[in-house]
Design a protein around this ligand. Sequence first.
Ligand SMILES: Nc1c(N[C@@H]2O[C@H](COP(=O)(O)O)[C@@H](O)[C@H]2O)[nH]c(=O)[nH]c1=O
Length: 156
Amino acid sequence: MTIYFYKVNEPYGCFSNFSPHGVFLQDKHWQTVEHYYQAQKFVGTAEATTIIPVIYAVKTPEEAAALGRDCTRQVRPDWEQVKIPVMREAVLQKFLTHKDIQAILLSTGDTILVENSPTDYYWGCGVNKTGQNHLGKILMSIRQQIRSVYTAENCC
Ligand SMILES: Nc1c(N[C@@H]2O[C@H](COP(=O)(O)O)[C@@H](O)[C@H]2O)[nH]c(=O)[nH]c1=O
């Protein structure tokens, strides 16, 4: 079985990085995982001190994503190497912080999770479902990580 998710207001919308679940990372409370993820693109760059506070403060994850995807700005040179660990850390923090959605994640058992983005073949599966689905893979790996902590705690 496979669970497809994408839009926040659709089934399993809490798995989207745009869901309204804040994360506390790097001494700050970020409104969504998307705000944090997009801001990390500019850490250490010449524009960091101007763009990161703007991304931090915008009201919606859509605005944060638009700022982070603006090709006129240069992202940090190591972004391709760090973006998966950056995303994983933020998504893990989200599901450790918010126990209600942690329960939803655990309730999916071993079902395959796929971000059903029609346009994103990296984080999602893309319109023809052949994409790499890195967000779904991160969610499944975090589900396993949280489950093994519970198993260890309840053991012996
Ligand atoms: N959920 C969701 C999206 N998907 C998210 O977009 C992010 C990828 O950003 P980038 O690496 O900058 O292309 C990543 O968090 C992915 O999960 N995109 C959207 O436009 N709308 C949405 O509702």
